[in-house]
Design a protein. Structure first.
Length: 291
């Protein structure tokens, strides 16, 4: 499937239209000064890091790449069938699954690394702020997450906007044909069922498919109808965002819909490594197909 190439203006943009961060309702924080080390690269994976300013602090952006084997058996970096972004530092199953696919298929994964927690905490102007990095890509989203987790003011919003711009620029340094994000969830919480009839986010969805006998925690969230249909036909659970009605929560899916850019989130229950690996590999197959 070929879709319009992702073009990134260097302005703040948005992340998968998922529920509010746990901290907005349950009080989680992250200290952006702590950085976990990169695992050793003993195989085809390569890793690079950049310290990105966030107010007076920094957050590490880690970029994983792996060469793409060609039919003649020589690896290269000409194209990236998988180019994915992970925004929550406590959602490691999704990164582990993506790296497994990279080892076999090649590609690129960009992840934020700070404290091992969902949210980022930073200081600027002598004040401390906490925000969900999955809610930092629109003006409305930045104001909402700062107000929910700490304090919303101009200094906090400007620092978060500059950070969002840089994260997006690093991700789009290799322009993805489709924006792909990676997320984990927890059992009996957010799932595809959250968008079904009577679900908390029913109004944000144009279509929902949960196949019989499957776990609704494992699903794709997409903005493009063709991509939704292909993934459903392949046997996967999926949610199609209502691009006209979706709440502006500062997420990348909302921005993508506004810009006419295809977006997909690969969402699975934390610990469902095999299933999330299978989902990512299937997505690569779909995105690699011809028109």
């Amino acid at each position: 499937m070929r879709l319009a190439v992702f073009a990134v203006p260097l302005v703040a943009v948005a992340a998968c239209a998922q529920p509010a961060s746990p901290a907005e309702g349950h009080g989680r924080r992250a200290d952006s000064a702590i950085v976990r080390p990169a695992p050793p690269t003993t195989d085809s994976l390569r890793v690079a890091e950049e310290a990105v300013p966030l107010g007076d602090d920094v957050v590490t952006v880690r970029v994983w790449t792996a060469p793409i084997p060609d039919p003649l058996g020589s690896p290269g970096f000409e194209t990236f069938p998988l180019n994915a972004l992970n925004l929550h530092d406590d959602e490691g199953t999704s990164v582990e699954a993506a790296l497994a696919v990279l080892r076999e298929r090649g590609g690129r994964v960009v992840e934020l690394v700070h404290s091992g927690e969902r949210n980022v905490t930073f200081t600027t102007g002598g004040r401390t702020y906490t925000a969900d990095p999955n809610r930092m890509f629109t003006a409305a989203g930045r104001a909402r997450t700062l107000a929910a987790l700490s304090e919303d003011d101009r200094a906090g919003r400007e620092a978060l906007e500059a950070f969002a711009d840089r994260v997006l620029a690093l991700y789009a340094a290799v322009p993805p044909a489709v924006v792909v994000t990676l997320h984990d969830n927890t059992a009996d919480g957010y799932s595809a069922a959250s968008y079904g009839r009577g679900g908390e986010y029913e109004a944000d969805a144009a279509a929902v498919t949960v196949h019989d006998g499957t776990d609704p925690d494992d699903f794709f969230f997409v903005t493009d109808r063709d991509l939704y249909d292909l993934l459903v036909d392949a046997g996967f659970n999926a949610v199609l965002q209502d691009n006209d009605a979706a709440t502006d929560d500062g997420s990348l899916s909302v921005w993508a819909a506004r810009e006419g850019t295809a977006y997909v989130n690969v969402e699975a229950q934390r610990g469902h490594l095999a299933e999330q690996t299978r989902m990512i590999a299937a997505l690569v197959d779909v995105l690699s197909d011809g028109p």
